[in-house]
Each structure stands twice: as structure tokens, then as C-alpha cells.
Design a binder for this molecule. Sequence first.
Ligand SMILES: NC(=O)c1ccc[n+]([C@@H]2O[C@H](COP(=O)([O-])OP(=O)(O)OC[C@H]3O[C@@H](n4cnc5c(N)ncnc54)[C@H](OP(=O)(O)O)[C@@H]3O)[C@@H](O)[C@H]2O)c1
Length: 320
Amino acid sequence: MGTATKLLDTVLDRAVVPGYSKIGYAVRRRFWPADPAPDSLVGRVAVVTGANSGLGKATVAGLAGLGATVVMVVRDLEKGERARREIVEQLPDARLELGECDVSSLASVRAFAEAFLAEHERLDVLIHNAGALPPERAETREGHEVAFATHVLGPFLLTGLLRPALVPGPGRVVFVTSGGMYAARLHGEDPQYRHGEYSGGKAYARTKRMQVVLAEQWARRLVDEGVVVHSTHPGWAATPGVSGSLPGFDRVMGPLLRSPEQGADTIVWLAAADAPGHSTGEFWHDRRTRPTHYLPWQHDDPRDRKRLWESCVRETDLAV
Ligand SMILES: NC(=O)c1ccc[n+]([C@@H]2O[C@H](COP(=O)([O-])OP(=O)(O)OC[C@H]3O[C@@H](n4cnc5c(N)ncnc54)[C@H](OP(=O)(O)O)[C@@H]3O)[C@@H](O)[C@H]2O)c1
């Protein structure tokens, strides 16, 4: 990328609205790195959580279009089957399977991982996409705050349990986080928002920040196993999640929102292209690495990073 295009890209990023919207996508795609080869995922197996809707569904179609067998992880099999059929209508050769899992439930994650490992010898791509913005503080049956359980604990446990199947070389793990995480610093001392006045937006941003840290932490642990781990934010895309959780934002920004396919572009690219296989633990948007902090006072305290990892290990009982 030349100096002028780099500058343009950075200006779009810092100006947020143009960069995150479909304008950013339209400008950057003129000079971003090459697409994955059309058969790059033939013979490979991918798992995508939150696969029945929005970015997850677009990611499934993107990966299947490159030849992967995709296990669509959904918490509602009926919705999953509907999404599967819609994708197959567009891509008749798509190899899609359904897997049932409520990512916020550790018991459900364990059951899914066991079923997956019984059926599959390999896992090449694991996409942690499932996400939610609970308006009120709520806990799962296992007593975990829902945003933390969905974005952090479930993906942490799923990564650990599926680790033995991750194939060295192609192995990629991708956390779909959010640009909203820039608004939050890492809260290692109270990850489940037990103290202070709860705000759904803050809980979302904090747990999305945690996903970025978790990706870095898993990256270090998996590097010797030949598996790379990245996180990415999709910008702003028109999905049922956005229209349902942020109706005001959706109304105002509607015409500028990316399509789900545009929002999923970098997720698919990270899973399939050569370039992102040469590094690990990076945070990406529109096929380029991005800083994880813009404000110096929001930099992670190493003690909070350690606390986050320790609380994931403690709550999930994962042997790592
Ligand atoms: N769209 C954007 O502009 C945007 C921006 C930044 C980040 N993101 C991130 O992108 C990801 C996808 O969001 P989206 O916009 O595509 O939203 P979406 O249309 O609401 O899709 C979210 C998916 O996650 C699933 N899900 C939620 N909780 C789950 C759980 N406990 N177990 C299993 N599946 C669960 C949902 O299943 P159900 O259908 O059963 O609810 C749905 O399939 C999220 O992580 C979100 O934070 C999106």
C-alpha cells in the first residue's frame, strides 16, 4: 500500500463514520490485499457461531463458497435450518452442517464440542461470531453475566475444547469483536459487571474489549501449535442484531450501513487468505491491522489481562 492510500485509510479509520460505513468498504476495497484463492478452503472444516443471522450467516456463505465444510453453530435449530436452506439456494454445492449450542452456557459448549470431536477429525477455522447486547443485566442459569458468558467465557471454553482438532498450518481462530470496544478499557477486576450501574452498551463494549485481549492471549498459547488467532471488527453492517438492539442508530445510519457480506468480508479473508496466516494476535478491520487503543489512558493494565485469563480458567475449569 502506497503512502497516500495508507494516509487515506488511516483518515477513514480515525473519522469513524466514513470508515466504519459502506464508504470505508467501497474506498478500501480498491487497494486492499488480494482475495483468497477460490478453492482455498476445499477439504477444510470451519465452525461458525451465531451462524443463522447477519454476519455469521454471511460468513458461512463466504467460507462455503471457498470450498469449506461449515458447521453452523446455532442455539435454535429451526432458525438454523432456515438459514442453511437459504444459503444452499444461493450456493447449491455448499457443504453445511448444523450444530446446536448456546454459547453462553458452558454445559452447552461442552456438549457441542464433544459432538463435534466425535464427528470431525479436523478443524481448520473457528469463528467466534455469536454476539448479543443485553439491555438489562442478566445471568445465565450457570450464574454468569450474559454478555460476558456469550462473548468471553463461551468462546474461551470452545477454543480450549476444540484445540486438539485445530490443524497446524491452516488453523485459524477469529474473534468477531466490535469497534465499540474502543470506548472501553479492560475491566479485569469486575468482568461480570457485578459492581456499578449496569449499562448494556458498556457491558457490550467491555466484553468486546476482552475478546481482543483473549485473542492475543490465545495467539501466544497456540503459536507453537501452528494455529493463528486474530480478532476483527466489521464496521457497521445492516443485520437483525443492529436493527433489533440499536433501532435509533439503524434509522439514522441505515443508508450508510454495510451489507452483511461487506461486514463479513474481513472475517472470511482472515480465515482463508495467505497473508493473515503470517502473523498472529492482531486486530483487523478491512483487511488491515489496526491499533487496539487510541487513548493512552485506556491501555491495558497487565494485572487486568492476567485477571481476565485467570477468571476464564476459573469459571470454565479448562485445563490450559
Ligand atoms: N452488525 C454490526 O454492525 C456489528 C458491529 C460490530 C460488531 N458486530 C458483531 O458481529 C457479530 C454478529 O452480529 P450481527 O450484527 O450479525 O448480529 P445478529 O444478526 O443479531 O446475529 C447474532 C448471532 O449470534 C447468535 N447468538 C447470540 N447469542 C447467542 C448464544 N448465547 N448462543 C448462540 N448463538 C447466539 C444469534 O442467534 P439468535 O438468532 O438465536 O439470537 C445470531 O445468530 C456479533 O458478535 C456482534 O457483536 C456486529
